[in-house]
Design a protein around this ligand. Structure first.
Ligand SMILES: NCc1[nH]cc(CCC(=O)O)c1CC(=O)O
Length: 310
């Protein structure tokens, strides 16, 4: 292909790593590309907590404006940062193969052991992680650690907290695995929808052939099946990005199993649902489980959250 694909990305180290990863994948298929770095609202407001920023897509809005204008051909995002409901003229055209999806504890103290009877302070800014810590480790204190990975590590070094709770995927991409002191189980700390994969967003008007070539170079089908179900769940929950919802799907042969739920901000109430369907029925599976979660107490949790954040 002659055309040079313009890849829109945020400017953080992790975002650039992800964009370069995509550029490399395109290159191995003979596709030339060029990075276009774009600052997003989320980047400009690093001092505000995400929960208070509230708006969906604080990290994605500016990239989407550039997709609309045609200044970029594709936008690269962490799949979990992409709001569940995309504008109708934008779509996800590929998901990269997912890495380990779990959360980890990262610390400068090699001997850090996580024992809930200890006085431990964990840094995180995700409402899901804070709520899960309150639920599973009620004695553990949490502190807000906003910013990119490097900023969070620096805050920890300055004494903000004993350990950080982070997605394995980001830690791995930033080559900070040395600092991982514990992997958290996905059965308790079930990850956010899309965690561990990189999503490619494009305008629905992007040339079909170009879209197909990009898709062939990048898309990992089992990951796509999983994340379609996870994101369908999120969409039908209508929660927005600051809601402590979680979803993790698994593909076994032709079967797609989705485990998902929601937890109250104080960690007291947690609702989990699980079901399986044919692997290409992820949309339906996510929708059915969202209904079930809402009926079984999720609706009340969501309303309480809206009151608290609103
Ligand atoms: N919310 C920020 C964010 N978005 C994606 C990742 C990590 C990479 C991934 O999950 O794919 C992170 C950092 C984190 O949650 O620790």
């Amino acid at each position: 292909m002659e055309r040079i694909i313009k890849i829109g990305t945020r400017g953080s180290k992790l975002a650039l790593w992800q964009a370069n990863f995509i550029a490399d994948k395109l290159k191995t298929q003979g596709i030339q590309s060029q990075l276009v770095t774009i600052e997003t609202t989320g980047d400009k407001m690093l001092h505000k907590s995400i929960a208070k920023l509230g708006s969906k897509g604080v990290f994605t809005e500016e990239l989407e404006i550039q997709l609309h204008s045609g200044a970029i051909d594709i936008a690269v995002h962490s799949a979990k940062d992409l709001q569940a409901q995309l504008p109708s003229d934008l779509e996800i055209i590929a998901f990269t193969e997912r890495e380990k999806v779990n959360d980890v504890l990262v610390s400068f103290n090699k001997y850090f052991t996580f024992d809930e009877s200890q006085k431990v302070v964990l840094g995180t800014s995700s409402t899901r992680r804070i709520a899960m810590i309150r639920h599973y480790f009620p004695k553990v204190k949490t502190v807000d650690a906003r910013g990119n990975l490097q900023t969070r590590m620096r805050k920890m070094e300055e004494g903000l907290c004993d350990a950080l709770v982070l997605a394995y995927a980001g830690v791995h991409r930033m080559e900070m695995e040395n600092y991982i002191v514990q992997h958290l189980s996905t059965e308790t700390f079930t990850p956010a929808a899309g965690q561990g994969s990189i999503a490619i967003e494009a305008s629905t008007s992007l040339d079909r052939e170009v879209k197909q070539i990009i898709r062939e170079a990048i898309n990992h089908y089992p990951t796509e099946y999983q994340i379609i179900a996870e994101r369908a769940y999120l969409k039908h929950l209508q929660g927005g990005c600051s809601v402590p919802a979680f979803a993790l799907a698994e593909v076994n042969g032709d079967q797609l199993k989705l485990h998902c739920g929601i937890i109250s901000l104080n960690g007291r109430d947690i609702i989990r649902e699980e079901a399986a369907m044919d692997k290409d029925e992820g949309e339906k599976l996510g929708e059915i489980l969202a209904k079930r979660v809402l009926e079984n107490g999720g609706e009340k949790i969501l309303n309480d959250i809206k009151k608290q954040i609103g």
